[in-house]
Design a binder for this molecule. Structure first.
Ligand code: FAD
Length: 454
């Protein structure tokens, strides 16, 4: 579908490899050209945003206005108040910054993008739609549908502003409707401030920035769940595109000689692991299914699918952290209440789900369901590939064959005990949960008091 295009101005400020022409319109020249619309989706930021730069660049060249459109889906991959609240707060700040700095109009729609975006293009008389790249199936399908629904003259450019190496190259009045975040089944989290400024603060702020203050412990402590501060904490910002991965890599490179090992390990995670996940989802349409695993992994998992399990738990038991393993329960509670499970525990957590369910398909479905429902950074290619890595051996090798796991890499409680203070982690999560529940009770009491006064 995508091809290099003559319609693409070769002197574009953005590298040609970042841009895919999904539809080439009968672009009118001169006075007939309509405005450019940037449909912001995955990269919710103004800084270091190649899609926005491309949209502004094309508008300047054609001497036409540019606008940003954002569509709030009624439902998107099961996002709850936790994820939507974070996103909406970020968008509110983005809108404020946009008005103060760039004076580009920002339009927020609610509903199905395949309707709102073509309708807006028509009303606005746009000639070019620029949009973010996402490897997820749903998003690709919307774009295909939008290509069919927009007028003949409209071109559609997709820009990969999320990856350092683009995936296909490597191989008016704004209302933030509370309607979208109804159903507080998964409440918002308070510790993670949203927005581009907060993201930059986490990356390199003078108080507790990752590169400024915490980097030196990354290579030694990143696998210790009792030291979450050793991790960057960037995943919510990267997921919602509130910071550019390229910016994170460039800033890390600048200080490489101070902490060479830590920077190397960080870049490996940030670039190789993260972009491999986009690569997998883009080229493997069954990225969240056993069918998407390599042949050897499917075979070994099916060979062991009916092995006897010591425990079998239902989805509800797992969701409510009702297993016989206090370490696993702690990790589940960290995710449910805090909204971000430590990276090391995510592997153990998913592997145990394989051990305790009726087979790999069920394990995968449950892990993705829980991950997407509770993680602030969920519904991301990294999440699908993280679950596929843990349960289906994607991007891993075969290991010594054993019950249930077959040749899939195995993790157990004893191994964790050798690596870190398991009891300390369980106690840490208990405190975290108590504090979160206390804050929740205080805030609902405050709300009731306010209502009484009214
Ligand atoms: P850091 O270690 O500081 O990493 C920096 C960045 O590098 C991360 O933000 C991420 O973009 C990237 N990165 C780090 N580890 C990985 C990895 N293993 N795979 C791909 N990219 C990586 N990540 C998500 O963003 N969303 C998810 O929903 C998600 N679910 C996961 C589920 C399972 C079962 C597993 C095993 C991993 C999952 N990951 C997910 C990957 C990883 O655990 C998180 O990216 C990381 O814990 C986020 O915290 P951080 O940014 O502080 O990590």
């Amino acid at each position: 579908m995508a091809s290099p295009s003559s319609a693409l101005n070769k002197s574009s400020m953005v590298q040609q490899g970042r841009i895919r022409v999904l539809k080439e319109g009968s672009t009118p020249s001169g006075r007939d050209a309509g405005p450019v619309v940037y449909w912001m989706f995955r990269d919710q930021r103004l800084r270091d945003n190649w899609a926005l730069i491309h949209a502004v660049d094309q508008a300047n060249k054609a001497n036409v206005p540019v606008a940003i459109a954002f569509n709030l889906f009624d439902q998107f991959l099961g996002a709850k108040a936790r994820q939507l609240g974070f996103m909406l707060r970020g968008l509110r700040l983005l809108h404020r910054d946009l008005e103060q700095t760039l004076q580009i109009p920002f339009f927020l729609f609610q509903g199905e993008a395949i309707e709102t975006i073509p309708n807006f293009l028509r009303e606005y008389g746009a000639s070019l739609l620029v949009t973010d790249f996402s490897p997820l199936r749903e998003v690709q399908k919307w774009k295909e549908e939008i290509c069919k629904r927009v007028g003949k003259k409209v071109s559609l450019h997709e820009v990969d502003a999320h990856n350092i190496v683009p995936t296909w190259v490597a191989s008016e009045k704004l209302e933030y409707s509370a309607r979208t975040i109804r159903g507080a089944e998964v409440p918002e989290i308070k510790w993670c401030e949203s927005g581009e400024n907060a993201a930059v603060e986490i990356l390199m702020g003078s108080k507790n920035g990752f590169l400024t203050k915490r980097l030196k412990n990354y290579s030694t402590d990143r696998n210790n769940p009792l030291k979450p501060g050793a991790l960057s904490g960037l995943s919510p910002y990267l997921h919602f595109g509130q910071i550019s991965a390229q910016r994170c890599a460039l800033e890390a490179k600048k200080i490489q000689k101070n902490c060479p090992q830590a920077v190397d390990v960080f870049l490996e995670e940030l670039i190789v692991r993260r972009e491999l996940a986009d690569n997998f989802c883009f080229y493997q349409p069954r990225y969240n299914s056993l069918q998407g695993a390599w042949e050897w992994a499917r075979k070994t998992l099916m060979d062991h699918a009916s092995d006897k399990r010591e425990h079998i738990y239902t989805k509800e038991q797992l969701e409510n952290a009702q297993t016989a393993d206090p370490l696993w329960n702690a990790s589940q509670l960290e995710m449910v209440h805090y909204g971000k499970m430590h990276g090391f525990m995510r592997m153990y957590w998913a592997k145990k789900i394989l051990e305790w369910t009726r087979g790999p398909e069920e394990a995968l479905a449950i892990s993705i369901y829980l991950n997407d429902k509770y993680e602030i950074d969920g519904r991301d290619p990294n999440g699908y590939v993280g679950c596929m890595w843990s349960i289906c051996g994607v991007h891993d090798q075969g290991w010594q064959e054993r019950q249930i796991f077959g040749k899939i890499r195995y993790m157990n409680y004893a191994g964790c005990k050798r690596k870190f203070d398991v009891d300390g982690y369980i106690a840490y999560v208990k405190r975290l949960v108590t504090e979160t529940k206390k804050r929740k009770a205080e805030s609902s009491l405050g709300k009731e008091a306010k209502e009484l006064r009214v």
